[in-house]
Design a protein around this ligand. Structure first.
Ligand SMILES: C[S@@+](CC[C@H](N)C(=O)[O-])C[C@H]1O[C@@H](n2cnc3c(N)ncnc32)[C@H](O)[C@@H]1O
Length: 260
C-alpha cells in the first residue's frame, strides 16, 4: 500500500499533469477534510442507497447499510401486497433515503416525508428532485413526530428510523459520528427510547386497519419495545435481525383492539 499522506503532493501533480485533473485545489481540500476525520460520505457529498443517489449537502444522518437492508425488505413487502395504491409515511426522514427508495422501487407507493428540522426537509426535497420522483407522489411535512400530520384516512405503511442511541452509551458511539453527525439524529434520551415511546404511542392512530409499521432500533431495546407494542395494542409483531446478525428492526400491524 502507498502511504497516501506522504505522497499527497505528488498524487495531485500526477492527477493534474498526466490525467488533466482540473479541480486540484478542491481535491486537496477534500484530502484535508479526510485527514481531519470527516466521514468520506460527507466529503464525496452523496451516497448510494438502494440505487438512489442520496445527496448529503445539508448534513443529515449518513444513511446506514442496516437501514438499507430493512428498507429493501419493506419494499418487497409492498410489492407482494398486490395493492394498486399504497400510502406511506417516512417519519424521522433525515435525508429521505427510505421514502425515496420506496418511491423509486414501488411504483404503487405515494410517500409523505415528515421531519422536524427545516434544513433536512430541504435535503429531502433535493433528494426527491435528484431521483426524478413525481411531485404527485410525494409530500413534505415539517413535524415534531406526528404534530403536523393529518389523519386523512391513515397510512398503509409507516417507516421510522428514530434517534435511538441511549445517552448512557455515548462513549460507545463511533467518534466520527459524534464529531460530524447531528446529535438530534442520533440520541434518544437516557435509554434511547424517548422518541420510540412517543412514536409508538401515536402511530397506531395514523395507520389504516392492518396498516404496518417498520421501525429500526438498537438490539438492546428489543424486549422493551416488545412490551410497548403489546401495551399499545399492536398485533402480528415480528422482530428481525440485520445483515450483521443483530436485532435491528420490527414490523407490527394495526389490528382491531380486543373487545371491539
Ligand atoms: C436516525 S435519523 C434517520 C434519518 C433517515 N431516516 C435515515 O434512516 O437515515 C433521525 C431523524 O429524526 C429527526 N428527528 C429528531 N427528532 C425528531 C422529532 N421530534 N420529530 C421528527 N423528526 C425528528 C432528526 O432530525 C433526524 O433527521
Amino acid at each position: 500500500m502507498i502511504k497516501k499522506d506522504k505522497f499527497i503532493k505528488e498524487i495531485g501533480w500526477i492527477l493534474k499533469e498526466k490525467y488533466g485533473f482540473a479541480r486540484l485545489a478542491e481535491f486537496e481540500r477534500d484530502i484535508q477534510r479526510l485527514q481531519k476525520g470527516e466521514p468520506v460520505a460527507y466529503v464525496i457529498g452523496f451516497v448510494d442507497f438502494l440505487g438512489c443517489k442520496i445527496d448529503l449537502s445539508f448534513r443529515p444522518l449518513i444513511p446506514r447499510p442496516e437501514t438499507e437492508f430493512w428498507t429493501e425488505k419493506a419494499i418487497e413487502d409492498i410489492k407482494k401486497s398486490g395493492r394498486k395504491k399504497v400510502r406511506c409515511l417516512d417519519i424521522f426522514a433525515g435525508s429521505g433515503c427510505i421514502g425515496v427508495a420506496v418511491l423509486k422501487h414501488a411504483p404503487v407507493a405515494v410517500v409523505d416525508f415528515a421531519e422536524k428540522e427545516k434544513k433536512f426537509l430541504e435535503q429531502i426535497k433535493l433528494n426527491a428532485r435528484l431521483n426524478n420522483l413525481s411531485p404527485k407522489r410525494r409530500k413534505f411535512i415539517q413535524s415534531d413526530i406526528f404534530s403536523n400530520i393529518s389523519d386523512d384516512g391513515g397510512y398503509d405503511y409507516i417507516f421510522a428510523n428514530p434517534p435511538y442511541v441511549a445517552e448512557t452509551r455515548r462513549a460507545k458511539v463511533q467518534k466520527s459520528a459524534l464529531k460530524w453527525e447531528a446529535p438530534c439524529a442520533i440520541f434518544g434520551g437516557r435509554n434511547g427510547l424517548f422518541y420510540i415511546n412517543k412514536f409508538l404511542k401515536q402511530a397506531r392512530g395514523y395507520l389504516k386497519p392492518e396498516g404496518k409499521i417498520y421501525m429500526e432500533f438498537d438490539s438492546r431495546q428489543k424486549n422493551e419495545i416488545a412490551g410497548i407494542l403489546k401495551r399499545r395494542g399492536y398485533g402480528n409483531i415480528n422482530f428481525y435481525k440485520d445483515q450483521y446478525g443483530r436485532w435491528r428492526y420490527m414490523m407490527a400491524e394495526k389490528q382491531p383492539l380486543a373487545g371491539f
